[in-house]
Write a protein that binds this ligand. Structure first.
Ligand code: 5IU
Length: 250
């Protein structure tokens, strides 16, 4: 049922503030594309995306100045910033990692990814982190991941019982029933079925949104390594948003 509910309606029933913001902007901007800017900044893709996903520890030019330019860009083009930190420690350390060190993630990220592995203490560690919401990894796209159904169900349960701190899941299948939870899916490329030689597995945007229950596709190299990243982003946006519109009719 959540799959057949339009984003604007889900924005109203969602209780997590970042999830509400994101669902509303997806409906307004007509995009459910997240670009993984593992190597580049999102200047070219800003108009096409709802979320820019970064890994602050692999950006060459990370600095307070970089962060303020990123925030300006997010404001100008109306997208959220997700730090793909995949936090996975006890609550105390999670709090320090989210708010301190050289990256000070909570100062600039709207969303941060986290593993469910440590249990709910991790989420308590994020409480008060400037309103930054967690996105819990419930499944991975990579080959041979030891995550099983039981683990994914536990991650979902953790998201559901801590709804005020969790905006969604990173997953490969349709796990959530709560329309306020967003499902983010990486391992997406127009070259479905391909791999990268390092365990990544790809599926096509229309497939994951149409049949996989994915709300937001995460695309990295499909955009970044295209000869024209801007037009590649526009193609992924169109494919994913079309599949979302089709899904509403089913
Ligand atoms: N990512 C995955 N798979 C996962 C999770 C995260 O690929 O299960 I959790 C990240 C890694 C990379 C992006 O930043 O998503 C996918 O990039 P490519 O489209 O370039 O493979």
């Amino acid at each position: 049922a959540r799959c057949r509910m339009p984003f604007e309606q889900r924005a109203e029933v969602a209780t997590q503030p970042q999830a509400r913001r994101l669902l509303a902007l997806m409906a307004e901007k007509e995009t459910n594309l997240c670009v993984a800017a593992d190597r580049t900044l999102g200047r070219d893709v800003g108009p096409h995306i709802c979320v820019l996903k970064v890994h602050c520890d692999i950006l060459d030019d990370f600095s307070p100045d970089f962060v303020s330019r990123l925030r300006d860009l997010a404001k100008r083009h109306n997208f959220l910033i997700m730090e793909d930190r995949k936090l996975a420690d006890i609550g105390h350390v999670t709090r320090l990692q989210a708010t301190g060190g050289q990256f000070r993630i909570a100062d600039w990220a709207d969303l941060v990814t986290a593993h469910a592995l440590p249990g709910p203490g991790l989420l308590s560690g994020l409480e008060g982190a400037h309103g930054m919401a967690a996105v819990l990894v419930a499944e991975m796209s990579s080959e041979g991941s030891p995550i099983n159904e039981e683990y994914s169900a536990a991650a979902l349960a953790m998201a559901e019982t801590h709804g005020h701190l969790v905006a969604g899941l990173v997953c490969q299948s349709d796990l959530a029933t709560d329309p306020g939870l967003l499902q983010f899916t990486p391992g997406v490329s127009f070259s479905g079925g391909a791999s990268d030689g390092l365990g990544q597995r790809y599926r096509e945007p229309g497939h994951v949104v149409g049949r996989g229950g994915c709300d937001v596709i995460i695309v990295g190299r499909g955009v970044a390594e295209a000869s024209d990243p801007r037009s590649a982003a526009e193609s992924y946006r169109q494919a994913a948003f079309r599949a979302y519109r089709e899904r509403l009719k089913t």
